[in-house]
Design a protein around this ligand. Sequence first.
Ligand code: ZN
Length: 174
Amino acid sequence: MAYEIRTFGDPVLKTPAAAITQIDGKVARLVDDMFDTLYASDSGIGLAAPQIGVQKQIFVWEIDDEAMVIINPEIVESRGEWVYDEGCLSIPGLYVEMLRPNEVLMRGLDLDGNEIEIEASELMGRLFQHELDHLNGMLMFDRMTPDQRKEALAEYRRIVDEQAAAKPRRLKLK
Ligand code: ZN
């Protein structure tokens, strides 16, 4: 079942998520719901549990038709630098050029409880860092310099206002 994605301003996005201590049927259902929500979104490639209001350390992603999940992830190594126009399903419409490490080594558990390690760079490396931030209660705004943040917040407010203004106009046409 697809859930509504929590957006910027929702306190759940600022709360660090708890580690998963038992991988059971509830976790499997959560993963199904997270993929349903991800596929129902316009442009998402990754989704962290707090984005649907669940304070658990788990995220899912799909790149090149490969659907993956990781539980209790941590980044154990990072290298290099890469600039990318980053977006977030919880800050819809905003894309900001962000500098982060390029290559990362992520460690965590799969759905069977086995330890897994994944090395990634560029888009996938960026996705890992972005989703891990969600599990730590951080959004893109928290990674910006004060000037960048001011500008990005103003742009996001404009996007939200435009979306709000577009709705009543459509209703009047009916
Ligand atoms: Zn995000």
